[in-house]
Design a protein around this ligand. Structure first.
Ligand SMILES: O=C(O)CCC(=O)C(=O)O
Ligand SMILES: [Fe+2]
Length: 312
């Protein structure tokens, strides 16, 4: 009997890693191959405790129950980075953005807008969560640089050269009998990296190289680590920027958290990643200018956007 197996995301254990030992080297290789083949993988990462995870996701329920006039106070200078309410194309979706979420001051600013009489616990939890998840991003990035033998450039991509946007999302299920709307359209992220987590309700789907869709089933203590357009460009097209979407088909609310990372200053493709087989595909560019440009005129929502912006 021929069995047609459903493709699955690679699962990589990211706990107990120590730079330089044999297990680290093996994991570097696995991480880079996964990002080349799928653009993403499921990271098992126990540093975010079950208690913290539960408190954070419980607090999102309370956050989205706030009145709309409070939620719209979440604004940003960058279009689409603040509160997004339900609209005609996405009637079941709401989202809020916490800029610089690894800084306690910035999280507190957001919290004070939402709860003027204070919610210290929320600030502390979100701040810890963002920092723990950002550490996973740091390790994965270091591994890829090491795998390609270009560690010498890592310093200008480290934490001090990165900004973080924590976006929290709520997806309501369609009512029985209603048309099941695709909840987000197919896109790639405009970040460097995106790290995703969710409550117990699945819905994320990622597209493979041969255009199949993988429905992602999150494991306990796991995060989906995704290379986005800017990391793909930095790697001169070696890494994939994963096309993905969210499809809701259950009857429960889905909450997800995305930590998007952005590179400050100029991104330049390391000369070591340019050769006859891989001619230069992207000119040096400024990530934040790409974001500004893209949010004003989003001609494409997939990886064609960055090709248009700085492709050779
Ligand atoms: O909710 C998710 O799992 C994915 C969200 C997403 O793709 C995005 O915010 O760019
Ligand atoms: Fe996305």
């Amino acid at each position: 009997m021929v069995s047609v197996s459903q493709p699955k995301l690679p699962i990589i254990n990211m706990d107990d890693l120590k730079a330089g030992n044999e297990y680290w080297m093996l994991t570097c290789d696995k991480v880079t191959r996964a990002l080349e083949e799928y653009g993403c993988f499921m990271a098992v990462y126990g540093r975010v405790s079950k208690e913290l995870d539960k408190e954070v996701f419980d607090s999102l329920e309370t956050l989205f129950e706030l009145p709309t006039e409070t939620k719209i106070k979440n604004t940003s200078d960058t279009p689409f980075y603040g509160y997004l309410g339900p609209n005609k194309t996405r009637p079941l979706f709401q989202s809020m953005g916490i800029e610089n979420a690894t800084s306690l001051d910035h999280v507190q600013h957001f919290t004070n807008l939402m709860w003027p009489s204070g919610n210290h616990r929320f600030s502390e939890n979100i701040h810890s969560y963002a920092n723990l998840v950002s550490e996973l991003e740091t390790v994965v990035k270091q591994m890829v640089f090491q795998s390609y033998g270009v560690e010498k450039y890592y310093e200008s991509y480290d934490k001090s050269s990165t900004t973080y946007l924590l976006r929290v999302n709520k997806y309501k299920p369609a009512k029985i009998g209603e048309l099941n709307v695709a909840t987000t359209s197919i896109h790639t992220d405009k970040s460097f990296f995106t790290i995703l987590s969710q409550n117990h309700v699945n819905g994320l789907e990622v597209q493979t190289k041969d255009d199949k869709w993988i429905p992602v089933e999150f494991l306990p203590s796991s995060f989906v680590v995704m290379a986005s357009d800017v990391f793909m460009a930095w790697s001169n097209g070696r890494l994939r920027s994963t096309r993905h979407r969210v499809m809701m088909n259950g009857q429960e609310d889905r909450y997800s958290i995305a930590l998007f990372t952005f590179k400050k200053g100029i991104t330049e493709i390391p000369e070591e990643l340019v050769d006859e087989e891989h001619p230069l595909r992207f000119k040096p560019f400024n990530h934040l200018e790409f974001i500004g440009h893209h949010s004003k005129s989003p001609l494409y929502v997939d990886e064609r956007a960055i090709k248009l912006f700085c492709g050779v």
